[in-house]
Design a protein around this ligand. Sequence first.
Ligand SMILES: [Cu+2]
Length: 368
Amino acid sequence: MRFLPLLAAFIGLTAAVPLAENVPRDNNNTQVESSGAKTCRKPIVRKEWRTLSIPERKRYLAAVLCLTKKPSKAPSGAAPGARHRYDDFNTVHIIMSDGFLTGSGGVHMVGFFLHWHRYFVATYEQALRDECGYTGAQPYWNWSLDAASGLPMEQWPIYNPDYGFGGNGPYTTDHNATVSWPYQAGQTGGGCVSDGPFVNMTVNVGPGLQIGYNPHCLHRGLNPDTIPALKKENTDAALLKGSFVEFDTAVQGAQDMKPEDGITIFHGAGHYAQGGDSTDFISSTSEPIFWLHHAYIDYLYWQWQQKNPEVRLSEVGGVRLPFNPSGGNVTLDQPLNLKWEADTIPLSRVMDIQGLGKDGGVLCYDYE
Ligand SMILES: [Cu+2]
């Protein structure tokens, strides 16, 4: 039965390619040629959240909820607190965030931040499709549209309780996050999400580095202090940067940034906007909007790459260890480790989001 949703997706996305029912397909919505080689002929297309129809939004939300119901598949002992598939992904992010505060490792404030998160989002997207019957692509959230709208955050479509992710939790000073960088000031809520599809979601890991069993609700505290950083002028400025390191710095912040600057940088601000669990950069994955925010960061990176693909499909740089130049600089061989969720691969294999089959590329999606 697993074939049916895949077939439906295939029909929907391949108007220019005649459909042969016996064409073998792998699990990445990609064509497998008779030679056995994979190619990215018809990438799945990631769209902005508010451009999805209401039924499309509901199907995406249902697939996410499905992951919160399916039992954990982590290997024994690897994710002791994980009870469901969503916890598995959260645990991978927690484990791979270790070392931030000590400058000894992790996937943030390093030169492979964009690539690791690109691979992470694509793997999550694949889980929605393979394990929860989702036939669409991972949506993204262009928060600059909301920042420009002048609407109060509660009225942003992403937070809609009926066809969005739901809104705020009640105001509390007893915030859940333990590793907020920089702070939770400005939050209008902070308690358990009180409407929308995730009102009964149980997050079993986090906050911070905790991967042991710790069931709790999803906390939110919408934070209007983030809005200036989410304005389009900031992403426009990033897209004009001439080198990878300059672009990456515009997204993440500089290596000498102070913690309190985090809210002025759009990657950080897109997390702090939700507040609550989302401010805990180690277990920010607890917040299901994480994936739409990071898909948008990835889209920005892809737009930047497409301005000069001959150079930017292979240009890398930046430190391997956060705030720690003694670790050396990132190269195309930098391993991207998603623990049990996917093979560890060199960074070079995710440089092109439509590189499947080319030089070992593994991705096959597009943006509109
Ligand atoms: Cu992250």
